[in-house]
Design a protein around this ligand. Structure first.
Ligand SMILES: C[S@@+](CC[C@H](N)C(=O)[O-])C[C@H]1O[C@@H](n2cnc3c(N)ncnc32)[C@H](O)[C@@H]1O
Length: 252
């Protein structure tokens, strides 16, 4: 059984290796995930103009650029992959908006100010945490009272179902939680964490967040032709949402 530091070490190495595969991004739309509604459709963040925004698991920095272009006053991005932070640095350096990048695990972020952010955002990164309650406390403490937190993550039911022999089948239990080692995720070992939807929701409530909206919608084009054998496909998304999105806030 690996301890949290060992898991973080494996995942940091893994993310440094696969970072190149995640460098693409749109600066015009804020996507919450494959087949998920976008920020333009949902408006969960509210007005970005003049807001101080934290992105947890900022990856290559394209969301930070999106936020800067919408008038954010100040941006902070945190990611534990040095490769991702390096690319994010290149992406944000031409921007006029001040951006602070921190290379750190999201569980405990040195130098993160308390009661400072209007908005915290995390796109497909929160579920990588090795300690969900600790990460949520870190985010909660960094927000001003009334501050909004929005995150997206692969829908926990989508994660347990795969396409096999022309059928969707359970690949593992939905209710059994815990860490799972994948020896060749995109060609590298990585540790993923299996959590139910209620685990995310209850952890938010225990931390003190007020939940405002839970989004489980799928947006599939009529002419979607992605093979159902792919991990994300229209066929699967018509049956199970690919992405879970939660909007919550720190009470005033
Ligand atoms: C799927 S990528 C998402 C990146 C970005 N938000 C995007 O939408 O492109 C997940 C990111 O989480 C980062 N990550 C994984 N585990 C982390 C942890 N425990 N602490 C901080 N960052 C982590 C990875 O390095 C990676 O950049």
């Amino acid at each position: 059984m690996l301890n949290q530091n060992e898991m973080l070490h494996i995942n940091k190495e893994g993310w440094n290796k696969v970072a190149d595969q995640f460098f693409a991004g749109s600066f015009d739309t804020l996507g919450y995930g494959s087949y998920a509604p976008t920020e333009e459709q949902l408006n969960l963040l509210g007005d970005i103009k003049d807001r101080v925004v934290l992105e947890v698991g900022c990856g290559s920095g394209h969301t930070l650029e999106y936020l800067a272009k919408r008038g954010a006053r100040e941006l902070w991005g945190v990611d534990m992959s040095s490769k991702q932070i390096e690319t994010a640095q290149e992406v944000v350096s031409p921007l006029n908006t001040p951006v602070t990048l921190i290379e750190s695990p999201m569980e405990d972020i040195p130098g993160l100010p308390m009661n400072y952010f209007d908005i915290a955002l995390s796109v497909y990164a929160l579920g990588w945490t090795v300690d969900l309650p600790k990460t949520l406390h870190t985010i909660y403490n960094s927000l001003k009272s009334g501050g909004v937190f929005v995150f997206s993550w692969e829908h926990p039911i989508h994660s347990v179902v795969e396409y096999n022999n022309e059928q969707l089948q359970f690949r593992r239990s939905y209710v059994a939680e815990g860490s799972e080692r994948h020896d060749s995720w995109r060609g590298t070992p990585i540790i993923m964490h299996n959590r139910k939807i209620s685990t995310f929701i209850n952890a938010l409530i225990t931390t003190g967040f007020i939940i405002d909206q839970v989004v489980e919608d799928s947006c599939v084009a009529d002419d979607d032709s992605v093979s159902p054998a792919k991990w994300y496909s229209g066929t699967k998304a018509r049956l199970i949402p690919s992405t879970l999105i939660i909007q919550c806030h720190k009470p005033r």
